[in-house]
Design a protein around this ligand. Structure first.
Ligand code: HSE
Length: 439
């Protein structure tokens, strides 16, 4: 921040605005930070498909010569220095570099300079969205982040504006395109985890460090944003329980199929009696359900409201073009000076609930044993003492497999884990894995 020459900043009121208020729409000058998958897709739409009043003037990226392409109009300036963008007469700065730093500082500087910001940065918005929105308000500019959750699915504005009349108590969804791609490929075509991940990276779905996707950190930031705008619950991202999808193996899909299910990374946030039940984890979902039918990079968000019941939003949640649509839509709303829904956030009314991942749900339990029948009867007995019932025993259809699995009727994961720990006859069970079954 220190490196920024404050004297070179123009506030919105000081700037000579490029607004042409004649019969044409006001010109909106745009600078893009980050020319990666999403940045270049946004630039392509702005350069080739956007209305004339949206004018791309700057592209800022590291090692910019490596990035230059011939389809960007010659009048667009390429730079490696954020200060060039900050001191330019851009009206809107589009932050698409991702990650916490320097993205957060750059957004803050842009707002301080009175420039509106559009960002797809879920980490920054999850961590300091309300504070940045306040800053935007103070500086009489705007901050929009429609692209931060569910890519091209306009779920932020849908919840903030379209469902504003409801009282939402639960938001459940598939919020990561990379994980959905991997799990649907593993389930449908038997692809290995690694092959599916490499393909998701090639298609531009994955984060620079794909562990963000796989370990659930990306979805958890998105869930924190949705919890704030939909449930008015402030939640620190690190408080949300995450379980990685890398623990899922082909045999889990085989067992799931016997139950008419498949596996997806599911993110859930539910407010109940002042507690926020929140988690991002692999879960068994019915093959015929919207979650089970979601393939590739699709995202789904289901909101449950007191008055409106369930409302579902679905579409492509990752990749350059779908995310660029959300970014350009936010720019258009800003240029038209219409309400971008992010400005409707009222942090002062938000609650700070206790966060728990102890949902009551049925579970799938896989374990490895060489004595299936003995193991199952020992398991039933162990769980019975804790008043937990086994639902069904799944057939091991491959003779070579050492795995067996059962379903367990509704209970909390903590009760189940405790019962398994207490009653686990180690000579029979070598290992077990628990996955919730969501209806
Ligand atoms: N890596 C993210 C995903 C990109 O796969 O969903 C979109 O936020």
């Amino acid at each position: 921040l220190d490196s920024i020459n404050a004297k070179s900043l123009h506030t919105k009121s000081e700037r000579t605005c490029s607004i042409d208020r004649g019969k044409h729409k006001a010109v909106c000058k745009i600078a893009i930070l980050g020319f990666g998958t999403v940045g270049s897709a946004v630039a392509r739409i702005l350069a080739e498909h956007a209305p004339d009043h949206l004018r791309l003037i700057h592209i800022c990226n590291r090692d910019v010569n490596r990035k230059k392409v011939d389809w960007i109009p010659p009048q667009v300036q390429w730079t490696e220095r954020f200060n060039d963008v900050l001191s330019s007469d851009a009206d809107v700065i589009v932050e698409l570099i991702g990650g916490l730093q320097p993205a957060e500082d750059w957004i803050r500087c842009a707002l301080l300079a009175g420039k509106s910001v559009v960002t797809a940065n879920k980490q920054v918005i999850a961590d300091c969205g309300p504070e940045l929105l306040n800053l935007a308000k103070q500086r009489n500019c705007r901050l929009a982040f429609g692209a931060a959750v569910a890519g091209g699915v306009p779920v932020i504005s849908a919840i903030q504006d379209g469902l504003a009349g409801d009282e939402i108590s639960k938001i459940c969804g598939i919020l990561n395109g990379t994980c959905n791609y991997i799990l649907s490929e593993m389930g449908d075509s038997g692809a290995t985890f690694t092959t599916a991940l490499v393909e998701a990276q090639k298609r531009g779905y994955a984060e620079a460090d794909p562990r963000e996707d796989i370990d659930g950190l990306d979805a958890r930031a998105k869930l924190a944003i949705l919890a704030r705008i939909g449930l008015h619950a402030k939640v620190c991202t690190t408080r949300i329980f995450c379980r990685a999808i890398s623990a899922i193996e082909p045999v889990d899909f085989e067992f799931a199929k016997q139950l008419g299910c498949t596996i997806r990374q599911v993110s859930t946030a539910e407010l109940n009696k002042g507690v926020l039940f929140a988690a991002v984890q692999p879960a068994l979902v019915a093959l015929s359900s919207p979650f089970g039918l979601a393939r590739g990079s699709q995202n789904i968000v289901v909101c449950t409201g007191k008055f409106g019941g369930e409302t579902t939003f679905q579409g492509l949640g990752a990749g350059g073009n779908p995310t660029a649509v959300a970014v350009v839509s936010d720019i258009l709303a800003m240029a038209a000076n219409t309400n971008v829904s992010s400005n409707g956030v009222s942090p002062s009314h938000d609650i700070s609930p206790r966060v728990s991942n102890d949902f009551v749900t049925s579970h799938y339990v896989r374990f490895s044993t060489s004595h299936t029948m003995r193991a199952v009867s020992a398991l039933v007995k162990a769980l019975e003492t804790s008043k937990i019932n086994v639902g069904s025993v799944l057939a091991n259809r491959s003779r070579s497999s050492k795995f067996s699995a059962v379903t367990v009727q509704a209970c909390t994961p903590s009760a189940l884990q405790k019962a398994l720990k207490q009653g686990r006859p180690s000579d029979i069970f070598q290992f077990y894995r628990i996955i919730p079954i969501l209806n």
